[in-house]
Design a protein around this ligand. Structure first.
Ligand SMILES: *Cc1c(COP(=O)(O)O)cnc(C)c1O
Length: 320
């Protein structure tokens, strides 16, 4: 079903659904490693990329494709690439765009392993990196080098709830032909569409809001343009960080209720945040929905809601 011009909730339910031989309303779990061909010629065409058929599940699978297409539609990109975990999505993007002598500018406060894999592993392969506060656009300008290939942003960040202005950061990066990658895990496409704001690649740990039921670990990447999509997809296939059909089925099932879950969790988060903000034992609280959040105005501008993650500190610290 072509859902390109449909509303968000219609897309949640219908994007990535295809007719199969039995008229199945939901994409079945194609729990198969390999696909057979009707003829040697068809097989040869598939391998040569002349025909779109499925070959092998690491490369592509109907259940996984249904979820990837839904995500590409929701994030307004050319194509989706589902991965075994959120970190597999992050690493696949790094591997596709970094290399010996290349440089990445990265938010200092990104999800720990997204920074850790750069410092511990990519550094071993001669990749240069600068970690800065990307909420400060001047720091982005100052950090860019001739060999910079990625500006990597997470907004809001896990767990410090720091925001970066995606539109303005992208404008700066694009003057230098740098690819802008945004980890949109904490917003989900329901609240924020980085590709529409100017980013080139968006990724998610679907372990969080997209799947939403705490029973799947996974990731997804959506690229705005075909060339970038092919580059990252090719890398993911070689690295072998693909999603599994059963994982894709559960995740696509969870995705259908994204709006309802985002609405309810934000409503709850606002109540909790307001309670904590007034609590005598709370030293500080960061929630983009509170006026006290330093980037509350930016949150109102680039997100359509405040999501539901809160971080706060206790007076006197925590006895551990
Ligand atoms: C959890 C998380 C990741 C990593 O995802 P996994 O599915 O745990 O591998 C990446 N980025 C953010 C913002 C996350 O919250």
């Amino acid at each position: 079903m072509d859902t390109k011009n449909k509303g968000f909730n219609t897309k949640l339910v219908h994007a990535g659904s295809y007719e199969d031989a039995f008229g199945s309303a939901v994409t079945p779990i194609y729990q198969t490693s390999t696909f057979s061909f009707k003829s040697a010629q068809q097989g040869a065409d598939c391998f040569a990329g002349k025909s779109d058929g499925f070959i092998y599940t690491r490369i592509g699978n109907p259940t996984i494709k249904a979820f990837e297409d839904a995500m590409a539609d929701l994030e307004h990109g050319f194509g989706g690439i589902a991965t075994s975990s959120g970190m597999s999505a992050v690493s696949s993007v790094y591997m596709a765009l970094l290399g010996q002598g290349k440089h990445i500018v990265c938010s200092a406060s990104v999800y720990g392993p997204s920074r850790g894999v750069l410092e511990r592993d990519f550094s071993r392969f001669g990749v240069e990196m600068t970690f800065i506060d990307t909420s400060d656009l001047q720091q982005i300008k100052d950090a860019i080098q001739d060999n910079t290939t990625i500006l990597y942003i997470e907004t809001p960040t896990n767990p410090t709830m720091q925001l970066t202005d995606i539109k303005k950061a992208s404008e700066i990066a694009h003057k230098h032909e740098i690819t802008v990658v945004v980890d949109n895990t904490f917003s989900s496409p329901y609240l924020q569409n980085p590709l529409v704001l100017g980013a080139d690649v968006v990724l998610h740990s679907i372990t969080k809001y997209i799947n939403g039921h705490a029973d799947v670990v996974g990731g997804v990447i959506v690229a705005k343009e075909e060339n970038m999509y092919k580059k990252i997809r090719g890398q993911m296939i070689y690295l072998g960080g693909n999603m599994d059909p059963h994982q894709a089925f559960l995740t696509h099932r969870g995705l259908k209720t994204l709006s309802l879950r985002m609405e309810k969790s934000e409503e709850n988060a606002m109540k909790v945040a307001e309670y904590l903000e007034k609590h005598p034992k709370v030293e500080w609280i960061l929630y983009p929905g509170l006026k006290s959040h330093p980037q509350h105005e930016l949150a109102k501008k680039q997100m359509t809601g405040f999501s539901s993650m809160i971080s706060f500190g206790l007076k006197g610290g925590l006895d551990v």
